[in-house]
Design a protein around this ligand. Structure first.
Ligand SMILES: [Mn+2]
Length: 350
């Protein structure tokens, strides 16, 4: 699944304007890989590169993206479209298809730019890209990108030659996707971390930025969700439903519920955990985490129009018909009954 490094090097050398994008609701790996690549392309290769993301950037990752001049397509659709139209090279990071960029998808697909995929999800859409660097035996897109950048003539296998901002962003994205080395860790993941520290990345400062600047709201909500919202089923499923009323009551912002879905797996006997977050477009965003022998990705595909990794996946549950997308349930209130039914069905078969 891995493209020819030589072709990538040549294309970068001969291209002028580059666009870097990633999936909706960008997480640390998406933002980190975009920022790392942009600094490499601009500082090491002397190119012009713009990050265009579909929607809101999480405030807790501001230490990565502040000052990066990112175009957010939902805020500036015309500017985003123009930048994609002018690009001669497009990089899709941390998503296996342009459909993960939502409102940007059509512009990306119709662009005549040379398209590069750098990712770690299953089943990349080969037909959408000119070249792909896609692996699943890695922690994160940041890890794929790290080893890819080391093949570039500008670094010549020396992590010390990466721009400082790239090295820091790679460390940050890998750290969030592994939940700080708790899951999806491979030998190459530790090697990368070790080499980045040797190259000067201040890991303590990265951890401080990532995990010590949340707002109080996050922890008030966490207390409420664990105390009054979490349901545990006899089959060993745990689920939360964060509807709009709770969301507004706690004044929750993008990124502030990250990690909640992992918490129930700390309870003995819980096999799978689901976190539903209401979206104003008529669906719940569904995050799923599971123990090693349970396939969260199968559940995401089968019941939530989604996908992902074996133990960390996600999708959507539509409670209203929208844009020709039929509803999965008749109302928001039916979400709990639906989750009870499908987790029972799914876990009985495991
Ligand atoms: Mn990722």
């Amino acid at each position: 699944m891995n493209g020819d490094f030589q072709i990538l090097h040549e294309k970068i050398a001969s291209s002028g304007r580059m666009v870097i994008t990633a999936h909706t609701h960008p997480d640390g790996d998406a933002v980190g890989s975009c920022v790392a690549l942009r600094h490499f392309l601009t500082e090491s290769c002397g190119k012009s590169a713009t990050i265009i993301l579909p929607d809101t950037l999480p405030g807790n990752l501001a230490f990565l993206w502040e000052g990066e001049n990112v175009i957010v397509a939902s805020d500036s659709p015309d500017e985003a479209r123009a930048a994609v139209g002018q690009a001669d090279m497009v990089f899709m990071l941390d998503g296996n298809s342009f459909d993960r960029t939502a409102c940007l998808e059509q512009d990306m697909l119709s662009s005549g730019a040379f398209k590069v995929l750098i990712d770690h999800h299953l089943d990349p859409r080969c037909d959408e890209f000119d070249i792909m660097f896609s692996r699943t035996d890695v922690s994160s897109t940041c890890e794929v990108l790290y080893y890819l950048l080391l093949t570039m003539p500008e670094t010549a296998s020396d992590p010390g030659k990466l721009p400082e901002a790239s090295a820091r962003a790679l460390m940050a994205g890998m750290t969030t996707d592994t939940n700080n080395f708790a899951n999806s860790v491979f030998p190459g993941t530790f090697r990368m971390a070790s080499e980045l520290i040797a190259a000067g990345v201040d890991r303590d400062a990265v951890l401080e930025s990532l995990y010590s600047h949340y707002r109080e709201n996050r922890y008030r909500l966490m207390g409420f969700m664990l105390g009054s919202n979490m349901t545990i089923t006899p089959d060993g499923a745990a689920y939360f439903i964060l509807d709009k009323e709770i969301h507004d009551r706690f004044g929750i912002q993008e990124g502030e519920t990250d990690g909640f879905v992992n918490i129930p797996l700390g309870i003995g006997g819980i096999r799978i955990s689901l976190f539903l977050h209401e979206d104003e477009r008529g669906f719940f965003r569904v995050s799923i985490r599971s123990r090693k022998n349970i396939m969260a990705s199968d559940m995401a595909v089968k019941y939530f129009h989604g996908g992902g990794h074996p133990n960390a996946a996600g999708g959507k549950l539509w409670f209203r018909e929208s844009d020709g997308q039929p509803a999965d349930i008749c109302s928001r209130e039916e979400a709990a009954a639906y989750i009870e039914k499908i987790t029972h069905e799914f876990l009985s078969g495991q």
